[in-house]
Design a protein around this ligand. Structure first.
Ligand code: ADP
Ligand code: MG
Length: 335
């Protein structure tokens, strides 16, 4: 019962579903040439980022294809935002098993079209192949940043404040709901958490505005502590985080109220797609104003410190009474 016979050939698929997404970007040449041309804006350079997602690993075979497409694009936009870049164009490599239907591809392309409108970008090329494995999608996104100004992991200074956008832990808690590990899966709160997992909201308006304000930045995809560790290592600094200041949604607070051990999920779970950044304390008033103008919550959660020999790890997290949590790869425990 293979549906191969219903699927048009590679070039027909490109012409029907992908070429319309290239309209409006002259350098894409309608996807009718071998490659595309992107000219950086004057005084800018292109930031490039690629991320692949694999069926059965990053999404489930029966996930809605439009959401799969949007997530594949958005995880890349989150990286561009954290690097201070304005999104411009992307390429799509898609590996399709023979069992995929034309309806699936049509819905996938509709998802891309929807987000192209939201983020003002265009498809400029890619590759289409068949595979004996699951659907595999690699997107490479390009964005503009003023020359030499891409936000780096390694720019933090001792005394800088650590900030994070939005709320942390929702997506990881949402995944627990999807896996049936949550006591009350059908509540409004549970749906909110699942949405946060299914469809990231990359901070594309804020990211470029952090250029000149933030000293270091990264997007939170591996988990708050793992990504903070990347900033610490690249900046050769330690970080002190005050757990009660880490911003949580109402739904996440409710989940923690029923099971305090979920704090480990919140701090070490991934897929938040918020921006974690450092900035000198003097930037606070400008950041507060930016947060209001753009309607993006920004919360100070701690500070960067010089590495001192007595610390076992570069990150210390204090609880509400000022006592440090100990943590290992398995999660969190009190000392
Ligand atoms: P090649 O033979 O060099 O691999 P293709 O025949 O695969 O080139 O692709 C022809 C054109 O279609 C190229 O411009 C390529 O960028 C574009 N293209 C192919 N697949 C996709 C896709 N999934 N999304 C966007 N553009 C695509
Ligand atoms: Mg090809």
């Amino acid at each position: 019962m293979k549906k191969t016979s219903t699927l048009p050939g590679e070039f027909e698929l490109i012409a029907r579903y992908f070429a319309p997404l290239a309209k409006g970007f002259p350098g894409a040449y309608g996807l009718l040439d071998d490659a595309a041309v992107i000219a950086p804006l004057p005084g800018h350079e292109l930031v490039a980022k690629t991320d692949a997602i694999v069926g059965g690993v990053h999404f489930l075979p029966d996930d809605p294809p439009d959401l799969v497409a949007r997530k594949a694009l958005r995880v890349n936009l989150s990286d561009l935002a954290a690097k201070g870049a304005v999104p411009r164009a992307y390429m799509l490599d898609i590996m399709l098993p023979r069992t995929v239907t034309e309806e699936w591809i049509a819905a996938f392309a509709r998802g891309l079209a929807q987000d192209q409108d939201v983020y003002g970008m265009h498809l400029i090329g890619g590759d289409t192949d068949s595979t004996p494995g699951p659907v595999t999608i690699a997107i490479m996104a390009f964005g503009d940043v003023a020359t030499g100004r891409m936000l780096r992991r390694g720019g933090a200074r001792a005394g800088d404040t650590v900030f994070v956008t939005g709320t942390i832990g929702d997506a990881a808690l949402g995944l627990e709901v999807l896996r049936g590990q949550s006591a009350r899966p059908d509540t409004e709160a549970a749906n909110f958490l699942v949405d946060r997992y299914r469809l990231p909201q990359p901070r594309v308006t804020l990211g470029p505005r952090l250029v000149g304000l933030a000293s270091a930045a990264i997007d939170v995809s591996d988990g708050l502590l793992a990504d903070l560790r990347h900033i610490c290592e690249a900046s050769e600094l330690a970080a002190l985080i005050e757990a009660p200041r880490v911003p949580l949604s109402t739904a996440a607070r409710a989940a923690l109220a029923t099971a305090a051990e979920r704090l480990s999920t919140v701090f070490t779970g991934g897929d938040d797609y918020e921006i974690l950044f450092t900035a000198p304390p003097a930037a606070l008033s400008e950041l507060t104003e930016l947060s209001q103008t753009l309607d993006v919550p920004i919360t100070a959660i701690g500070r960067m410190e010089s590495l001192s020999a007595w610390r076992k790890t570069p990150i210390t997290v204090l609880d509400e009474s000022g006592k440090p949590f100990a943590f290992d790869r398995g999660g969190w425990t009190h000392f």
